[in-house]
Ligand binder design. Structure first.
Ligand code: NAD
Ligand code: DAU
Length: 352
């Protein structure tokens, strides 16, 4: 991994990945972050790397074929890590077409560019030869497997059975990645991760939303009975797993990534209220999310056994640190909630 194209790097996980990669990896020569800066993109998340000579920000759309092709020509990437997506299930319920467009067509645009640039005989449809050391990594989600009952875990062999427009679009993208590997031999990996938490998460997702509302003394909206279960993983462990796959993954393989931390939503909400010293009277049980998946849980044995990855951050430590981060960064939260973060690009880059 020397010349990386990272998409969606101004979002939650992408920004954590870029910070970690540039901090820890001296083998990176160039890291280009291609991000459209939708409502979920915030350049303030990348302040720590802004002065790093190896880092370049490009404001643009992963669906823009001309732009993506030009970036491949200019920077000669050997690695693509594709985070960019519409990522929020609730939004997908009201605007499914955007999810299909960004998540499926965006992925296909990148696959086409990588294939055209990396294939040693690009005009030969039978050739499966690629430049040495290149890899396309698709950042996917456990949600493509649908929902679990009270027992069991998702393995890499679990059927693909998405239930929301978001997860269906991520599954569609995964299937295109698989097809480019099977048909054209493109060196790919797919990672499917459980729910992340940590710094820089947009406060529309459960943990930062509840933290923000609790701090402000506002009601905490818990969907349905609050007994839906998610498997929580600290974002730094997700990023470490992605690096392990880039470094040591067998191309063509899928790797599940989970924290082994199954928690009911209501227990997360109660924990947050306790840590902040707020009353449980703030909890409001509201109408359930349509098609709400009851339980997710990941079997991570493959990535542990084959690549030696295990999560380093316990749920308890991760939650303590995450709560502390949000409390220590009220300005970040305030600029997001007020919408001021949207002006950051023009203020910092002055239209360049
Ligand atoms: P996010 O919503 O915080 O960030 C998404 C980023 O993508 C934003 O910076 C946004 O501006 C950018 N983007 C959106 N459309 C774009 C486009 N057309 N072109 C270029 N950039 C665009 O998302 P996140 O939570 O950081 O998730 C990142 C990836 O990880 C997604 O693919 C998501 O499906 C996957 N994932 C997330 C989780 C989680 O718990 N958050 C878990 C598993 C997998
Ligand atoms: O499992 C991985 C997925 O995790 C990722 O692929 C998605 O990009 C990411 O958004 C996340 O999806 P979820 O739907 O699980 O995350 P969210 O934070 O939206 O919700 C977590 C749980 O909390 C879910 O059961 C719904 C519930 N919830 C959420 C919100 C925002 C509430 O009860 N109230 C709320 O207000």
């Amino acid at each position: 991994m020397k010349k990386l194209l990272v998409t969606g790097g101004a979002g939650f996980i992408g920004a954590n990945f870029i910070q970690k990669a540039l901090r820890e990896r001296s083998d990176i020569e160039r890291l280009v972050n291609l991000d459209l800066l939708t409502y979920a993109g915030n350049l303030e998340n990348l302040l720590p790397v802004r002065e790093d000579d190896r880092y370049t920000f490009v404001h643009g759309d992963v669906r823009d074929r001309a732009l993506v092709g030009a970036l491949f020509s200019r920077y000669d990437f050997d690695t693509v890590v594709h985070f960019a997506a519409e990522s929020h299930v609730d939004r997908s319920i009201v605007e499914p077409a955007l999810f299909l467009s960004t998540n499926v067509l965006g992925t296909q645009t990148l696959l086409d560019a990588a294939m055209a640039r990396w294939k040693t005989a690009p005009d030969d449809k039978y050739s499966r030869e690629y430049r040495e050391g290149v890899v396309y990594l698709q950042v996917s989600t456990d949600e493509v497997y649908g929902a679990l009952g009270e027992t069991g875990l998702f393995s890499e062999e679990s059927p693909i059975a998405p239930n929301s427009p978001y997860s269906a679009s991520k599954a569609g993208a995964d299937l295109m990645v698989r097809a480019y590997h099977m048909t054209y031999g493109l060196p790919v990996n797919i990672t499917r991760c459980s729910n992340n938490f940590g710094p820089y998460q947009f406060p529309e997702k459960l943990i930062p939303l509840m933290l923000h509302n609790a701090e402000a003394g506002r009601p905490l909206p818990v969907y349905g009975d609050g007994m839906q279960i998610r498997d929580w993983l600290h974002v730094s462990d997700h990023c470490a797993a992605i690096m392990a796959v880039l470094d040591r993954g067998v191309r063509g393989e899928v790797y599940n990534i989970g924290g082994g931390n199954e928690r009911a939503n209501i227990d997360i909400v109660r924990l947050i209220l306790k840590e902040l010293g707020k009353s449980e009277s703030l909890i409001r049980f509201v109408r359930d999310r349509p098609g709400h998946d009851r339980r997710y849980a990941i079997d991570s044995r493959k990535i542990t056994a084959e690549l030696g990855w295990t999560p380093a951050c316990s749920f308890e430590r991760g939650m303590r640190e995450t709560i502390a981060w949000y409390l220590d960064n009220p300005g970040w939260v305030q600029r997001v909630v007020s919408g001021e973060y949207m002006d950051y690009y023009s203020r910092m880059y002055g239209g360049k």
